[in-house]
Design a protein around this ligand. Structure first.
Ligand code: FDA
Length: 311
């Protein structure tokens, strides 16, 4: 199945509440979702984190949810993170900062009308404050390109009080090489990914070759800089490039992959002595996350469609 035909359709579907109802009700979906999301409860995700830590990997947990439209839901998200950070104290870690949380500003109120940015900043500040006290890192996820400027503005504010706050930059955006230069300084933590949203050609590279070339340029900027690069990709080409650039670097960096994807490769890298962190989502709001994973991998989609018709 041609990825360039189905990908835009799946990414549009990821934002459709109607389809969310339909897909969410399908019994077969659960089996596939379980592959990418270890559970809906905090207990389930903490258990998954414990197993990952025991295998020599680090974790970053994401409480699923995005595009929050009311302040009460944003508060529920903040409370979930505060509770998770408390639950982290029950885990044994081999290395400082093995525990991280990943937050989406749209889940913290960024898209609320009026003062959405201020609400998101205030909510993110609460999470960063609790995380800082517990020795837990925080990284701010990247969403669609219309939010990039506002997200980076919030990150700059947060870094004034919590210098270790990291953020995600998406190599498919044409602006990202310049953003990497801004964020390649000492103390800066950047998670470099390719990008998972449907973006127009005015702002984003469209072909896989162009996105890959941009990723390699951005990776070089980060690896030659003084920050802490976080190489978020399952792509063997990007992993090989990071391994080679990282070998010339005095300071550490880490690999990052998503829960349930290339588990064997994660273990291999960790066994070879690399730092590997697994982005691990949990909660009931899995639909958008799940659809973006389907869009990335036609093999997953074929399996999903086959299971729907053979119900
Ligand atoms: P890509 O999808 O281009 O695949 C390239 C190659 O990798 C494949 O040909 C195959 O060889 C291998 N591969 C990929 N998936 C595989 C699989 N399931 N099994 C086996 N091989 C596989 N996006 C975003 O917009 N905002 C964000 O905040 C984040 N955050 C984030 C955090 C982390 C830790 C990761 C790893 C990723 C993200 N992403 C993201 C998602 C990211 O933008 C991107 O969509 C996916 O990682 C897919 O791109 P890849 O670089 O993995 O390779």
């Amino acid at each position: 199945m041609a990825l360039n035909i189905v990908r835009p359709a799946l990414l549009a579907a990821a934002r459709s509440p109607k389809l969310e109802g339909l897909v969410g009700k399908s019994r077969v979906t659960k089996k596939l979702v379980d592959r990418f999301v270890p559970g809906s409860s905090e207990t389930a995700v903490v258990d998954a984190a414990r197993a990952l830590l025991e295998s020599g990997r680090s974790v970053s947990i994401d409480y699923l949810g995005e595009d929050t439209t009311d302040e009460a839901t944003a508060t529920v998200t903040v409370d979930a993170y505060l509770s998770l950070i408390r639950a982290y104290t029950g885990l044994t870690v081999a290395r400082p900062h093995s525990l991280e949380v990943s937050i989406k500003l749209s889940a913290l109120g960024q898209s609320l009308p009026g003062d959405g940015n201020a609400v998101a900043l205030q909510n993110a500040h609460k999470i960063c404050s609790a995380a800082d006290a517990a020795g837990v890192w925080v990284t701010v996820d990247a969403e669609d390109h219309t939010t990039t400027d506002r997200t980076l503005a919030v990150v700059r504010e947060l870094r004034k009080d919590f210098p270790s706050v990291g953020t995600v930059l998406q190599a498919y955006l044409k602006r990202t090489e310049a953003d990497c230069r801004e964020f390649a300084g000492p103390g800066s933590r950047i998670r470099l990914c390719k990008g998972a949203y449907q973006e127009p050609a005015t702002v984003a590279f469209q072909s896989k070759d162009d996105v890959d070339a941009s990723y390699l340029r951005c990776l070089t900027v980060l690896m030659e800089g003084d920050g802490y690069p976080m190489v978020a990709s399952h792509d063997p080409q990007m992993i090989a490039a990071a391994t080679s650039l990282g070998a010339d670097r005095a300071a550490p960096f880490e690999f990052q992959m998503l829960y349930g994807i290339r588990d064997g490769e994660q273990v291999r890298l960790a066994t070879e002595g690399h730092r590997v962190r697994v982005y691990t989502p949990y909660g009931d709001q899995w639909y958008g996350y799940f659809m973006r994973r389907l869009a990335e991998r036609p093999a997953n989609l074929t399996f999903f469609l086959r299971s729907l018709v053979s119900r």
